[in-house]
Design a protein around this ligand. Structure first.
Ligand code: GDP
Ligand code: IMO
Ligand code: MG
Length: 430
């Protein structure tokens, strides 16, 4: 029996939500361990569509425990709102089915304001963040001045924490010519929300450790993707957390030996939302076709996602730094009907050939992809549930991807629906 970690292999939105939902049938616990409500995970179950940001994708299945780990930055107002929205869709959520780490850092209104103000100040150089306050909240965590879940239970400590935090933020706001934040008002807001969120707070590392001892299966749900990782991504156009599989251990307090199989969710083409380098981007008819067919609009912000060809160089890199054992290849159906399909197999930068994406922002910006071209297929793969139903040319494309990224396909997804998933090998049994 193995625990499975699901991570994104590209720039996010690879279809992690769908695959986590599908896998969670055989898991006991689903854990979020990094990121926050910048994530947008879509689950399609028959007629029902769930859009989850902070809630682990297992919540929609009765009897599963959802854990929000210490590595997540939690906006308590956004979380309560999401819980209400999901409850209105008929899902039961209570402290028996959801536990939030008592040592998770909180996202406060001041973080959101700072995120947006900074983006405005960057002008054309903006990161294109989700504006949710993710970066500033992680800065405060690492800066050792964050307000954490457990502080909500102790009025005196909460006041001290808020005072400490505002020394930093009000100096910053003053420098930017903005109004300072009132400590009293912030404490009042937090005290008002505390009784609603505290029933969910718990010792999640212990919950996971006991589950491990009892032989329960844990599914770790990553957010974003390896190319948005703060160390390994296209810095500075990244998110503010580590998105590789190692973070599942630190972000939940489980230790590295809790991780069994790492499944990299990988889109059959590439998308990116927000700014930053994207060598195989197709800012043309092809890109628009992929965007329309794949309905590539952000789950969180509604922004149109940039689209392009599959970049095998980038994904191979993600396989290595993310620690991936096998992939779930998603959205193959979006490529149906194309005459030819291209795959990026390397970069040309200033006349030199690269088999990886170098770390320098300037070099990344000048990376020109080297392509190989494959024949497309005319048949529809939408909703295919058997490998045998796939056209030979589609199988050839999948096999070529496996070869180029040196990682096998474990699952294949052919529509947004939970059930349209082909199992090649079982991540829980591998
Ligand atoms: P996540 O952030 O990785 O969970 O991905 P998102 O939910 O943000 O974006 C993926 C989108 O693709 C969602 O709208 C899914 O419903 C949809 N999707 C997932 N798998 C497939 C697939 O195999 N085919 C198609 N056509 N859509 C899919
Ligand atoms: P899921 O989990 C796609 C991107 C933002 C921006 C950058 C930094 O749904 O795959 P942030 O708000 O995190 O400081 O923004 O990261 N980004 C995502 N892109 N999917 C996501 O999550 C993302 N979360 C953040 O667009 O470019
Ligand atoms: Mg998403």
């Amino acid at each position: 029996m193995t625990n499975v970690v699901v991570i994104g292999s590209q720039w996010g939105d690879e279809g992690k939500g769908k695959i986590v939902d599908w896998l969670s049938e055989r898991a006991d616990i689903v854990v979020r361990y990094q990121g926050g409500h910048n994530a947008g995970h879509t689950l399609v179950i028959g007629e029902k569509v769930f859009k989850l940001s902070l809630l682990p994708s297992g919540v929609v299945r009765p009897g599963k425990l959802g854990v929000i780990g210490n590595g997540v930055v939690v906006d308590p107002w956004a979380l309560l709102e999401e819980m209400e929205r999901v409850r209105a869709q008929g899902v039961e959520i209570d402290p028996g089915s959801l536990v939030i780490a008592e040592n998770a850092s909180l996202i406060l209104p001041v973080h959101r304001a700072l995120d947006r103000a900074r983006e405005l100040a960057r002008g054309a150089d903006k990161i294109g963040t989700t504006g949710r306050g993710i970066g500033p909240a992680y800065e405060d965590k690492v800066g050792r001045r964050a307000v954490r879940m457990c502080d909500l239970a102790d009025p005196e400590q909460l006041r001290r924490r808020v005072d400490g935090l505002l020394v930093h933020h009000n100096a910053l706001l003053k420098g930017l010519g903005d109004e300072p934040v009132s400590a009293e008002a912030l404490v009042r807001e937090l005290e008002a929300i505390a009784p609603r969120i505290l029933p969910y707070a718990g010792v999640t590392w212990q919950v996971l450790s006991e589950a491990k001892r009892a032989g329960k299966r844990v599914l770790y749900e990553g957010a974003q993707g390896v190319m948005l990782d703060v160390d390994h991504g296209t810095y500075p156009f990244v998110t503010s957390s580590n998105t590789g599989a190692g973070q599942a251990a630190t972000g939940s307090g489980s230790g590295p030996n809790s991780i069994g199989y790492v499944l990299g969710i990988t889109k059959a083409y590439t998308t990116r939302v927000g700014s930053g380098p994207f060598p195989t981007e197709q800012d043309n008819e092809i890109g628009r076709t992929l965007g329309e067919r794949g309905r590539e609009f952000g789950t969180v912000t509604g922004r149109a996602r940039r689209c392009g060809w599959f970049d095998a160089t980038l994904v191979r890199q993600a396989m290595r730094v993310g620690g991936v054992n096998g992939i779930a290849l998603t959205k193959l159906d979006v490529l149906d009907g194309l005459d030819e399909i291209r795959i990026g197999i390397g970069y040309d930068i200033d006349g030199r050939r690269y088999d990886h994406l170098p770390a320098s922002e300037a070099l990344q910006a000048r990376a020109v992809p080297v392509y190989e071209t494959m024949e497309g297929w005319k048949e529809s793969t939408y909703g295919a549930r058997r490998w045998a139903d796939l056209p030979a040319t589609a199988i050839k494309y999948i096999r070529r991807i496996e070869e180029l990224i040196d990682t096998p396909v474990a699952l294949l997804s052919t529509s947004p629906d939970r059930d349209d998933t082909i199992r090649v090998r079982d991540p829980f049994e591998d």
